[in-house]
Ligand binder design. Structure first.
Ligand code: C5P
Length: 398
């Protein structure tokens, strides 16, 4: 892999991105611009990558690095990509080692822009981004938030973990991030709900939220306006360019989903929603006593997916998830098919769970079932890869 680093303050985050890329076992060469080295020293990149770092084309000339590096790469990530770097890349300039490598690379290229909002929104930058995208370069939507000084707005570098996840996705599948959801609004739920027993205890589940976050991230980078209704998750960074709404219990998630689904083109229920809640919430911490505790009395929660299907607007697609195990009678796929009919959704992702699969891990696999009778295997891969397959199916039906 090549990691290009352009000269913006977010260059300090490139060391973290580099560490994450090398941790997955890849060999990474860092190509900073001369300005990037004003922010981060070459020694940092050399130590973390294990390779020498140069900015110009006149070092180590016999090995022709300005041609070879690009030709031999499987992936080029440029993070941060500044307005200037994107302008040079759009023009096809080759005035340093990074831009020369960009011209010779034939592999997927991922730009993670970072700049002030004014620069990001300037017509010149917009035109450069469009031109790069039209040539197949993946130019990420930046995050919104605190910029260099006190100002906030779109232009923040996406979280390093997110950039590393998207880099992995492009290695798995070069065409995972087309802009086919531009102009669409989608809603995704993620994580596990918690049903309170008393002020400190709850009934919960092991959902990490990683699949739902991957769905939201991939949709946003495919151009959709995304609302992510997030129940409890493991420590996950908010995906860039996604509107995050937090929900704790099934009741809160239901309210947030029904509100967000209005006018949406697609709704995806990836959250693990509790099927039951304690009948009553005890106002104080339940005391430990010598006597045996009272049995827990539970009430049924509404099935949000079924409600979303019932309230589906014309043309709206509703996608469900089903974590299934087989038993002595049938396999997981059989139960998935039954659930598709029972829930009435347009698409159902069936994950075979158990034995350390699906929950709390980075990878996922299963089947994608359509109400139109289509069935496809979702081969094992990252949760981003599975997300990209789901959005393929949604985009094709919208
Ligand atoms: O019925 P089961 O919980 O196995 O179905 C899983 C699907 O239903 C998931 O898409 C999940 O988000 C959704 N669900 C729901 N409301 C519930 C329980 C599950 O929307 N109360």
């Amino acid at each position: 892999m090549l990691l290009g680093v352009a000269g913006g303050i977010a260059a300090y985050k490139s060391a973290e991105i580099l560490r994450r890329l090398t941790e997955t076992g890849h060999s990474v060469r860092v190509l900073p611009t001369a300005s990037a080295l004003e922010f981060v020293g070459a020694a940092t990149f050399e130590a973390l990558s294990g390779h020498p770092v140069r900015t110009g084309v006149f070092a180590d000339v016999p090995s022709v690095p300005h041609v070879k590096l690009g030709q031999e790469a499987d992936l080029v990530v440029v993070a941060p990509a500044t307005a200037d770097l994107m302008a040079r890349a759009a023009q096809g300039r080759a005035d340093d080692l990074l831009t020369a490598a960009l011209l010779t690379a034939r592999c997927p290229v991922l730009f993670a822009p970072a700049m002030h909002t004014e620069m990001w929104e300037h017509p010149a930058t917009r035109a450069n981004v469009e031109l790069l995208r039209s040539r197949g370069v993946v130019v990420l939507e930046p995050a919104s938030g605190r910029l260099t000084g006190q100002d906030t707005g779109p232009g923040r570098l996406p979280d390093p973990a997110e950039i590393a996840d998207l880099a992995r996705l492009l290695l798995e599948r070069a065409d995972a991030l087309p802009r086919d959801l531009a102009g669409r609004r989608v809603v995704v739920s993620a994580g596990g709900t918690r049903e309170a027993l008393d002020p400190v205890r709850y009934l919960g589940n092991r959902s990490s939220g990683r699949q739902g976050y991957a769905l939201a991230r991939v949709a946003a980078q495919r151009g959709a306006a995304v609302t992510l209704v997030s129940a409890h998750t493991s420590d996950l960074a908010a995906p860039a360019a996604v509107d995050v709404v937090h929900a704790g219990s099934a009741a809160e998630l239901r309210e947030a989903m029904l509100a967000a689904a209005k006018g949406a083109d697609a709704v995806v229920m990836a959250a693990a929603v509790a099927d039951f809640r304690p009948v009553s919430l005890v106002g104080h911490k339940i005391k430990k006593s010598a006597a045996e505790p009272d049995p827990l009395r539970l009430a049924k929660n509404p099935d949000i997916l079924v409600e979303l299907v019932g309230g589906r607007e014309p043309g709206q697609m509703v996608v469900g998830f089903a974590a299934e195990t087989g038993d002595e009678h049938h396999d997981a796929l059989h139960y998935g098919r039954e659930k598709l009919v029972r829930k009435g959704c347009d698409l159902l992702v069936v994950n075979a769970v158990g034995d350390g699969r699906a929950f709390e891990v980075a990878d996922n696999a299963g089947w994608l079932l359509g109400a139109d009778g289509t069935e496809s295997v979702l081969a094992n891969g990252s949760k981003g890869l599975l997300a990209s397959r789901v959005w393929d199916a949604v985009a094709a039906r919208l």
